[in-house]
Design a protein around this ligand. Structure first.
Ligand code: NAI
Ligand code: MG
Length: 543
């Protein structure tokens, strides 16, 4: 479907959308809302953005849970509102799951695993279903990107050209794995035939966050399905819509009922019952480190289900004195500000060598001032709103903490506009290691720049954090690069690049950034059991 491009008037405030007005009077189940066009938009940016809006029409057709192949209301009949972060206005009401919905979804997944065709089906047929799904994602990419932007606030062009293609890529990748998962024969003892069977683990409980709703869906669902498991997925309360949309596409692709169940709802009331459920065989979680600890505890206190966790970070981005400064400025900017700063691996501690520090600060500030912030449906916009009021307030609190410390506020520091959750791109220089803004995960558009003198010192400081998700290094010296890649304690080290992702590249954290790896070959073990099978060899001629 070709995107329709509209010219809209600029005004100082976002007008209430007709969709929002329609949504507030709708209820769960029957909601069928259209992201309408022609509204006025605000131009928040300090730089010129185009005045064009790109909004492909998209319908919210699914707001109920998907359980056993049916879209159903919550057992309690309750719904909760979901919002447009551009305005803070309601766009739909969604079924609100709690323990009873989780029980029903787990029962469906259990039955689909124990009695259904999915785990026993030929791996080739499973692979074909995953491929059909990936093709449907590509076919519906404009609607999916529009829905993601509407519910999450990320720039539409980024959703369309980065997140959605990666969603399809991940399922193409896992479709490729489905028929290549097999065990070994083990030559341990000549009197026995010993083999290993790689079997699906069973019912996977998956809990995802709101910053990349569809990518997180793919990182979790892809490997679980490729290995033959069944799933109960709990989406983030802020962004329930796109997972329901793609769950419907999975049905069209031929996924049997009960294999993928999607429940919307809050963490403590829907996520916790899933993590502690006795019939769930494995739990995978992405989100905050504090909630990760709760998930691990719930799994331990229930049935000792294995847990994979992908948690917070405070990733260093190190710029050496020999770096190409203009390139480093651009990459450090991208490393921090991408996705409104809402990335677990954001390069949120920018360490710059003292000899290039002043030049770097000037250029980093100039780049941040130029950043185009505004309606994420507008062409050329680089930064949309933060996800919700809670995150917006959290980021502003950290900015105030930065201002109250001895750090220097180079630019930004406040909200933009009076509606929605837009924050000015903010840069602090003269940041010290013990300041709150250098220690905590801010999860917003706030760059903290620190000065360093020598390599050993910066390695020690970069590693002096409870996190270990990612790191970036900028240098033209191969020996320096090799030193950093060995010395930094992080699950990913990017050299002269940042945020380079692919389905085949494993991702995960050291220390309190998580347990286990997602994507790539390493993700499969999270969803497999290894069974050793031992059979005596009876042929006397052989013995
Ligand atoms: P969160 O970790 O509380 O929420 C993430 C997911 O966990 C959501 O689906 C939520 O419903 C669920 N959840 C929350 N409490 C739960 C519980 N007691 N039992 C089971 N599930 C539960 O993260 P939140 O509150 O959205 O954001 C807080 C901070 O976490 C952010 O400011 C950011 O620093 C970090 N974060 C990190 C992410 C990452 O990609 N690693 C993603 C989102 C947030
Ligand atoms: Mg939380």
């Amino acid at each position: 479907m070709a995107a329709r491009r509209l010219s809209c008037l600029l005004s100082r405030s976002l007008s209430a959308s007709s969709a929002a007005a329609a949504a507030s009077s709708s209820s769960s189940g029957s909601a069928s809302l259209l992201l309408s066009q022609g509204r006025r938009v605000n131009r928040f940016s300090t730089a010129a953005a185009t005045e064009e809006l790109i909004i492909p029409p998209v319908q919210i057709s699914h707001t109920q849970h998907l359980i056993n192949g049916q879209f159903v209301d919550a057992a309690s009949g309750k719904t909760f509102p979901t919002y447009d972060p551009r305005t803070g206005e309601v766009i739909a009401h969604v079924a609100e799951g709690d323990a009873e919905d989780i029980n029903r979804a787990v029962a469906a997944a259990r039955k689909a695993f124990d009695e259904g065709p999915w785990p026993k089906m030929s791996a080739y047929e499973r692979s074909r279903i995953l491929l059909r799904f990936a093709d449907l994602v590509e076919k519906h990419s404009e609607e999916l990107a529009a829905l993601e932007t509407w519910n999450n606030g990320k720039p539409y062009e980024q959703a369309l050209h980065a997140e959605i293609p990666m969603l399809a890529r991940l399922f193409h990748y896992y479709a490729g794995w489905a028929d290549k998962i097999h065990g070994l024969t083990v030559p341990a003892d000549g009197k026995y035939h010993i083999q290993t069977l790689h079997e699906p683990i069973g019912v996977a409980g998956q809990i995802i966050p709101w910053n990349f709703p569809l990518l997180m869906f793919a990182w979790k669902v892809g490997p679980a399905l490729a290995c033959g498991n069944t799933i109960v997925l709990k989406t983030a309360e802020q962004t329930p819509l796109t997972a329901l949309y793609v769950a419907k596409l999975f049905q069209e692709a031929g996924l049997p009922p009960g294999v993928l169940n999607v429940v919307s709802g809050d963490g403590p009331t829907a996520g916790a019952p899933l993590a502690s459920h006795m019939d769930v065989d494995k739990v995978a979680f992405t989100g905050s480190t504090d909630t990760g600890k709760i998930i691990l505890e719930l799994a331990a206190r229930s049935n000792l289900k294995p847990v994979t966790l992908e948690l917070g970070g405070k990733s260093p981005f190190i710029i050496c004195e020999d770096a190409d400064i203009d390139h480093a400025v651009e990459l450090a900017h991208f490393a921090l500000f991408f996705n409104q700063g809402q990335c677990c691996c954001a390069g949120s501690r920018t360490f710059v060598h003292e000899r290039v520090y002043d030049e770097f600060i000037e250029k980093a500030k100039a780049r941040a001032v130029k950043r185009v912030v505004g309606d994420p449906f507008k062409k050329g916009v680089e930064q949309g709103p933060q996800i919700d009021n809670e995150q917006f307030e959290k980021v502003l609190r950290y900015i105030r903490a930065g201002i109250d410390s001895d750090a220097t506020l180079e630019c930004g520091g406040g909200r933009l506009g009076s509606k929605g959750y837009f924050i000015e791109p903010t840069v602090f220089s003269n940041v010290k290691d013990d300041m709150l803004i250098a220690k905590d995960e801010i999860f917003g558009p706030v760059q903290s720049i620190l000065k360093f003198k020598d390599l050993d010192e910066v390695v020690r400081r970069a590693n002096a954090t409870r996190y270990g998700l990612a790191a970036g290094v900028f240098t033209r010296n191969i020996d320096t690069a090799n030193y950093f890649t060995r010395a930094l304690r992080a699950g990913t080290v990017w050299v002269n690049c940042f945020d380079v992702f692919d389905a085949a590249i494993p991702f995960g954290g050291y220390k309190m950034s998580g347990i286990g790896r997602e994507k790539g070959i390493y993700s499969l073990n999270n969803y497999l059991q290894v069974k050793a099978v031992v059979t005596p060899l009876k042929n006397p001629a052989w013995l």
